[in-house]
Structure formats: structure tokens, C-alpha cells
Ligand binder design. Structure first.
Ligand SMILES: [Zn+2]
Length: 570
């Protein structure tokens, strides 16, 4: 490709709204342009990178036995109502009506479409297992699209769906997909981690893993063990049960006693004004969700993990109750709410259940209670792990290592769905005995456009992007220093032709620009190798630049060609 013809305008400055490195550089280097918030055009350079990613994904999916197909983005709303996800997905589901006022959605994912298709296509166990995949556009009406391709409203995904007759079959398929994902992310040059995760709105009964690109800009926090291979999304990272079993002799303990705490509503105030240690406090938080109002109790130094609570009560969403709901349920404003005498379901974190006694709100304005004994002064019917794991805490699996936190960008997610969709949408097969059973499903996603952003985020320096060779839009960038110089023109053209014939994707900067501009643009675009054709071309020499190591060397043109073709760089 001749750069004089390439639709790729580089920008000296990124627009102010671009905050992350990948967003700034992909805009500045001429890979993407924004059409509307969270909606992007991929310019030729960006499209080439996407194609490289897609090719790797296709190769690994095909090798894992999956078959490619393509399903429509526009999906009848009835399917989403039948799976009961129309409401659960909420406002993120992009909805539209056709001219006959029939309701449709623009698919954020395709479980409904594929399951209803399978209902008609596969009726016998003999046709299973089968795994299909597609690469296509998805839609999600994000409240706050941001970070460029990282969280878009229209984006490119690979989604795959597997169908097995039993859970053992699903286990096999799942582990095949897991391995295929590892190969895909390795080939894309990503620093990543596979972590245990929460199934969220997709749902499902079994295991689920997220693949996280490690990056400071990641929106997810990952808890990683220092000793074993445990790694989990903080949303669902378990808390070690270790030292939380307690033997308490209730008969020796004093009765709970009310004390005056005017204006003291928070754990911090109790600590600062009354010198009460946070671990002595039982925090009572009123939540609503799943059609009920309930209370969650955690120690004053702990945080409620809403994902764990949500999963425990089986609600799709929960939220802290508003002040009116709190007053109606607890007869007092938040800050003085306590579990004693509270007629709500109480969900107590294990650490609360293990306290000998604690300090709580008294359920009366400007008063707290001390010597409150869990199990004596309030019920302990619902005790479980309801708190967020802490950095420095003990690993829940090996019990020896210490958890540390990392930030990650979710680039892939695999789920064991089981029969969640096949039951609701009637996708059954006959087994060998002629019995009808729902098929056992799995689903497997990779954010293709987000992966491009994650690779860009992990591979850059002060000058611009640094693509791994496998994803670079071009392998070699020839920079002709002076287009007026006939010797240089002859040498650059010959080199361009030779590399092209050898199948090396080459971009020739034949623009009538100053040398400084060409060097800057080349570094910004991040093509792995630049070959500079300048004055030394008269003597058969070029400058060979390796983008990643930032090294320069003057060598013979023939040597430059053999280096490129032997793949020593990038
Ligand atoms: Zn561990």
C-alpha cells in the first residue's frame, strides 16, 4: 500500500474526551473515528488489525471443532420475553419497532436466536455435540460509553454456543474452549489472566471464567493468590473461612445496653468520636431487590459484596434502599438502624456471626446498642459469605497465600449455561431410550474490538502504538526520505516490489513530507519494522528500525529483506 493513497490522517493531539492511552493513540494514528458516543468507524488501518484478530479467532475456533455461521442482529422481542431476559437486561437492551409496530431488539448476544434455531434443527442426540460461532456486530445501550472501543454501544464480538446431551459433554467442550481462548490471547500478544467469575445477566448454573487483559485502566478488580493459582473477579472472590468459628457462652454475657450517640451515624464517627474499633461494629444495610426489602449485616471494617447478596437471594438486581423505604422498614433513618427487633430478613456475613458481641444502631434516633450478641439478640438464619474479599486477606483455596489485587479488562467470558435457555425455549432432544431432554448449553464470547483496544493499551510508548507482529496492519513500513531523489525512489520502489512479491505486507511512505513527519507518523502507527531509504541508498544501504526495541542499524538492502522474511523482528 502506498501511503499517499491511504485513508489515514494522523492527528497531533487527541480529542479531549479521549482519556485512555489506547483511545488517544487509535484516534491519533488514524485507526478509528467516532461517529457518535460509543459508536466508531474503523479506518483501513483499524480494519486490518480487526481482520488479523478475526483470523486468529477463526483458526482456533475451527481447530477446536466449532463451525462458523452468521445470525441476524435484529431479533424479535418475543424471543427475549420467552427467555425472561427482556426485563432483566433492562435499559441496556437496544429496542426498536418496525412499521407494523412489531417489537425488535438489536442483539447484545444471541442465546435466544441460536436456541430457537436448534429447536428446529436438532431433534436427536445423534446430532450432538455441536458448537457454532459467529463474528458480528453487537449492541448495548451503555449509560456511559467510554474509553473508545473499550465500552462501546456498537461493537464486534465473537460468540460461540455449544450443545451437548449431558454435563460431561459440556465439561469437555468447555475445557476445549478454555484452551482455545488461551491460544487466541497468547497469539494476540496479550498479558492476561483467566479468573473465576460471576455469571451476571447471562445466567447459568455452572462454572464461568473471565479472561482479563491486565491493565491499570481495567474496570474489573481481580483477586490473585500469591501461593496457588487461584484468581477470581473481586465480584465473586470468596473469603477464607479460617478463623471465623467461635464458641460463645451466651449465659455469661451481659445484656445489650442502649447508649446515647447524638448525631453519630457512621462507623467512622463511632471510631473518631467514641474510640470504638470498626471491627466491634455490626453495620446494618437495608437493601431492596427481587421484590423484597431485607437487611445485610457486615462488620464495620468490611464491605457488602452485592453480587454475593444478589446470588444468595436469587434476584437479578439489588440496590441500597432509598431513605423512605428505610424509614418505613426500620422506623428510623439510616445511621441508627440495627438488627435487634428489626422485622426484616437478616443476611449476616460469617464474620458477624462469629462476633462474641458488637455495637449496632439501636433502631432509635441518636442511640446505639452495645453488647449485642449475634444469635441471642437477633436471629442468625441466613449466614453466608456476604462481604468483599480484601487485599492482603488469606486465599480461600489454599489457605496459605495472600490475596493481592490487579486491574483487568474483560476480553473473554465463557459460561456453562446448562438448561437455562433450552428449557425456556423448548430446545430438547430425544436420547437413546426415546426420552425427551433439554440440551445442555455453553456460551463463549470474545470482544474483538475491545481486544484490539486492550492490545493497544498494553503495547505503546511515548511515541505511539507498538503492534505485536501478529496483529500489525502492516509488517514493514518503508520510509522514503526524499521523494524528489531519483536514487531513493528507485531503491524504495524496488524494495517495495520485492517485499510485496514475497508476501510481506508493506506500507510505502511515498508522501512528499519532511523526514521528521514521516518518522513521527511511523512511530505513532506502530508498524513493527521501518526501513528508511535515504542518502545511503546510493551505496545500497538502508536504516533498519525495530519499533519495539527502538533500535536503529544501517545495513545492506539485501540484509534488510532477509531479516524481514526470516521474521527476526516484531
Ligand atoms: Zn491460594
Amino acid at each position: 500500500m502506498r501511503q499517499s493513497n491511504l485513508l489515514a490522517t494522523t492527528l497531533r493531539e487527541a480529542p479531549a474526551e479521549a482519556e485512555t492511552v489506547n483511545h488517544q493513540l487509535l484516534l491519533r494514528a488514524g485507526y478509528i473515528r467516532q461517529l457518535a458516543a460509543g459508536i466508531y468507524t474503523y479506518l483501513p488501518l483499524g480494519r486490518r488489525v480487526l481482520r488479523k484478530i478475526e483470523a486468529i479467532v477463526r483458526e482456533e475456533m475451527d481447530a477446536a471443532g466449532a463451525q462458523e455461521m452468521l445470525m441476524p442482529s435484529m431479533q424479535p422481542a418475543e424471543l427475549w420475553k420467552a427467555s425472561e431476559r427482556y426485563e432483566v437486561y433492562g435499559k441496556e437492551l437496544m429496542k426498536l419497532n418496525d412499521r407494523h409496530d412489531r417489537e425488535f431488539v438489536l442483539g447484545p448476544t444471541h442465546e435466544e436466536v441460536i436456541t430457537s434455531l436448534m429447536r428446529g434443527e436438532v431433534s436427536s442426540y445423534r446430532k450432538l455435540p455441536v458448537t457454532v460461532y459467529q463474528i458480528g456486530t453487537k449492541f448495548r445501550d451503555e449509560r456511559r460509553p467510554r474509553s473508545g472501543l473499550m465500552r462501546g454501544r456498537e461493537f464486534l464480538m465473537k460468540d460461540a454456543y455449544s450443545f451437548d446431551t449431558g454435563w460431561e459433554g459440556l465439561d469437555d467442550t468447555y475445557s476445549r474452549m478454555y484452551k482455545a481462548y488461551q491460544r487466541i490471547f497468547e497469539r494476540c500478544g496479550l498479558v492476561y489472566r483467566a479468573v473465576q467469575a460471576d455469571a451476571g445477566a447471562i445466567g447459568g448454573e455452572g462454572e464461568t471464567h473471565e479472561f482479563m487483559a491486565i491493565s491499570g485502566i481495567g474496570e474489573d478488580t481481580i483477586a490473585v493468590c500469591s501461593a496457588c493459582d487461584y484468581a477470581a473477579n473481586l465480584e465473586q472472590a470468596e473469603v477464607h473461612t479460617g478463623a471465623e468459628a467461635v464458641q460463645r457462652n451466651v449465659s455469661n454475657l451481659p445484656a445489650a445496653e442502649k447508649f446515647h450517640t447524638p448525631g453519630i451515624r457512621t462507623v467512622e464517627q463511632l471510631e473518631q468520636e467514641l474510640r470504638i474499633a470498626p471491627e466491634q461494629v455490626i453495620k446494618t444495610l437495608i437493601y431492596q431487590g427481587g421484590g423484597q426489602v431485607f437487611a445485610v449485616l457486615v462488620r464495620g471494617d468490611h464491605e457488602v459484596n452485592e453480587v454475593k447478596v444478589r446470588n444468595y437471594i436469587g434476584a437479578s438486581e439489588i440496590a441500597l434502599a432509598d431513605s423512605g423505604t428505610v424509614r418505613a422498614a426500620a422506623s428510623v433513618e439510616s445511621g441508627f438502624v440495627g438488627p435487634v427487633g428489626l422485622s426484616l430478613t437478616l443476611l449476616a456475613d460469617r464474620a458477624v456471626a462469629a462476633m462474641t458481641s458488637g455495637i449496632t444502631g439501636a433502631g432509635e434516633r441518636d442511640f446505639h446498642l452495645r453488647d449485642v450478641v449475634p444469635g441471642r439478640d437477633f436471629t442468625l438464619e441466613h449466614v453466608a459469605d456476604f462481604r468483599t474479599a480484601e487485599e492482603g486477606g488469606t486465599c480461600p483455596v489454599c489457605g496459605e497465600g495472600v490475596l493481592h489485587f490487579e486491574q483487568g479488562i474483560e476480553i473473554g467470558h465463557i459460561f456453562k449455561l446448562g438448561t437455562k435457555y433450552s428449557e425456556k425455549l423448548g430446545a430438547t432432544v430425544l436420547d437413546a431410550a426415546g426420552q425427551s431432554n433439554p440440551v445442555i448449553m455453553g456460551c463463549y464470547g470474545i470482544g474483538i474490538s475491545r481486544l484490539m483496544a486492550a492490545v493497544a493499551e498494553q503495547n505503546s510508548d511515548g511515541q505511539g502504538l507498538i503492534w505485536p507482529a501478529a496483529l500489525a496492519p502492516y509488517r514493514v513500513h518503508i520510509l522514503q526520505m526524499s521523494v524528489q531523489d531519483e536514487v531513493q525512489t528507485a531503491a524504495a520502489e524496488a524494495l517495495y516490489e520485492q517485499l510485496s512479491k514475497l508476501g510481506v505486507e508493506t506500507l510505502l511512505d511515498d508522501r512528499d513530507e519532511r523526514a521528521g513527519v514521516k518518522f513521527k507518523d511511523s512511530a505513532l502507527m506502530g508498524i513493527p519494522v521501518a526501513i528508511v531509504v535515504g542518502k545511503a541508498a546510493a551505496g545500497g544501504k538502508v536504516e533498519y528500525l525495530d519499533r519495539r526495541s527502538d533500535s536503529k542499524e544501517v545495513i545492506d538492502i539485501t540484509e534488510a529483506v532477509s531479516r524481514v522474511t526470516s521474521g527476526q523482528n516484531g
